[in-house]
Design a protein around this ligand. Structure first.
Ligand code: BGC
Length: 383
C-alpha cells in the first residue's frame, strides 16, 4: 500500500522531470498555454540553473530562471500586435553573476534601503551589510537575487511557476528561518501576477519585491518618452544617501507629480528640485492606499510602440526608479548597451527604512503570521 501511495505521489514529478529536461512542452496547463524547462547553465559553485518559459494562448512569454527568480525575458504586444521583449537583462548566467543591477530579480529579505544597515527588534540590535553608501540595499551582499530558488510548475489552466527558498536564521544578518514562496502566474489577459508569501520561526523583517527594468519600446533607446501615471499624491523625500527623511511630501507642484500622465523625461533634469538632484532623477517611494487590495498603482505608456503597462499591488508603496545609475557599461541581450535611463522600475514595496521609522507601516513578521503581498503587471495597447 505504502509503495502504491509513493508511486502516485512521485509519478507527476517523474513525468515533469522527463518532459521538462529538454524544452519539451509541459501539459500541466491548458494548451496552447505551456510551461517548458531548459538549462541556463550553472552558478560559480556549480549549482544548476534552470529556465522556465511560461507562455499564454496569445503568445505572450515570460522566462524565469531559478537563479534569483529572475525574469530574463518578457514579451508584450505593440500596437501592431507584435510581441517583443520589454525587459532589460542578459543572454547568459555569467551576465547576471557579474554585477547585474538587479535586472528582473526577486529582492529580499528587504527591498530598498535600511539606514546604516542597522535595526532593532525588541531591544536586540542587528547589523546588516552596508553595501550602498554605508546603507543596506536590497537584502545585502547575497540577497534573494543571488540565490538559487527551488522551482515547481503548478497544475492549472494558467501557466504558473512556484519558487521557494528557505533563508536560514542570520543569513545576511537577518534573524529567523524565513520560508519564502513566490508564484509567478501568466494570465490570459496578458498579466503577470506575482504572489509573495513568507513565514518565520523568530520575529524578523520582510519586504519582498521584483526588480524588473521595463523599456516598452522593445529595449530600444531610453524610457524618457514613456508616459507615466502614478496613483499617488505623496512621496518620500530622501537624504543624499537615499534614506527617507520621514516626511510624506505632497507631489503637487513638483516634478514628482504623476497624478496625470507625464513623460519621464519632461522634468527629470529639473535641478531646482533638490530631490531630483539627490535621486539623480526619480528614485523615490510613492505612497499608495495599501489597504491590502490589488489597487492600480501606476500606468506606463510608450507612445511610439503603443505598449501600455498597468501595475496593481496590495503594497503600501511603489518605488519609481528611472534607471539613473545605468551608464552604458553593461551590454545586455542582443548586444544592446544599457545607457542611462534605458529602463525603468516600478517596485511594489513597504516603505524604505521602515524598520527604523516607527511612523511607517510595519515590516515586522512574527512566528505564526504569514507575510502575503501581490503585484500584477498587465499589458495592453493604445492605438
Ligand atoms: C533603488 C536604486 C538602485 C537600484 C538598483 C532601486 O530599487 O531605489 O537606488 O540604484 O534599485 O540597485
Amino acid at each position: 500500500m505504502k509503495k502504491i501511495i509513493l508511486m502516485l505521489v512521485c509519478l507527476p514529478m517523474f513525468v515533469f522531470a522527463c518532459k521538462g529536461s529538454k524544452n519539451v512542452e509541459e501539459t500541466t496547463v491548458t494548451p496552447p498555454s505551456s510551461i517548458t524547462k531548459s538549462s541556463f547553465g550553472q552558478t560559480r559553485d556549480s549549482i544548476a540553473v534552470d529556465m522556465y518559459t511560461l507562455k499564454n494562448e496569445n503568445g505572450m512569454e515570460v522566462k524565469i530562471i531559478t537563479y534569483g527568480g529572475i525574469i530574463t525575458n518578457w514579451t508584450a504586444p505593440d500596437k501592431n500586435g507584435k510581441y517583443e521583449d520589454i525587459v532589460l537583462g542578459f543572454d547568459s548566467i555569467s551576465g547576471y553573476m557579474r554585477g547585474s543591477p538587479y535586472f528582473g530579480a526577486l529582492i529580499g529579505r528587504f527591498g530598498n534601503r535600511i539606514a546604516k544597515g542597522k535595526f532593532s527588534i525588541n531591544g536586540q540590535q542587528y547589523t546588516l551589510a552596508g553595501n550602498n553608501m554605508g546603507n543596506h540595499l536590497h537584502g545585502g551582499l547575497k540577497g534573494f537575487d543571488k540565490v538559487v530558488w527551488k522551482a515547481e510548475p503548478m497544475e492549472g489552466k494558467e501557466p504558473a511557476l512556484k519558487l521557494t527558498y528557505l533563508s536560514k536564521d542570520m543569513e545576511e544578518g537577518y534573524p529567523g528561518n524565513l520560508s519564502c514562496t513566490v508564484i509567478y502566474t501568466l494570465t490570459a489577459d496578458n498579466s503577470v501576477k506575482i504572489d509573495y508569501s513568507a513565514t518565520t520561526d523568530k520575529e524578523t523583517i520582510v519586504n519582498l519585491t521584483n526588480h524588473s527594468y521595463f523599456n516598452l519600446n522593445a529595449n530600444q533607446g531610453t524610457i524618457l518618452d514613456h508616459m507615466v501615471t502614478i496613483n499617488s499624491d505623496k512621496y518620500l523625500p530622501v537624504s543624499r544617501t537615499l534614506i527617507p527623511t520621514g516626511e510624506l511630501r505632497p507631489v503637487a507642484n513638483t516634478p514628482f507629480d504623476f497624478t496625470t500622465p507625464y513623460a519621464v523625461g519632461a522634468r527629470i533634469n529639473d535641478t531646482t528640485d533638490q530631490q531630483i538632484v539627490f535621486g539623480g532623477g526619480y528614485d523615490h517611494a510613492y505612497i499608495l492606499k495599501g489597504d491590502g487590495k490589488l489597487n492600480l498603482a501606476a500606468t506606463v505608456v510608450a507612445p511610439s510602440s503603443g505598449r501600455k503597462m498597468e501595475v496593481f499591488t496590495t503594497e503600501p508603496a511603489i518605488q519609481f526608479y528611472s534607471g539613473n545609475f545605468l551608464d552604458g557599461k553593461l551590454t545586455g541581450k542582443n548586444g544592446v548597451k544599457y545607457v542611462k535611463r534605458s529602463g525603468l522600475c516600478l517596485e511594489s514595496e513597504h516603505y524604505p527604512d521602515a524598520p527604523n521609522q516607527p511612523a511607517f507601516p510595519s515590516v515586522a513578521l512574527k512566528p505564526g503570521e504569514t507575510y502575503k503581498t501581490s503585484t500584477v503587471y498587465k499589458f495592453s495597447v493604445v492605438k
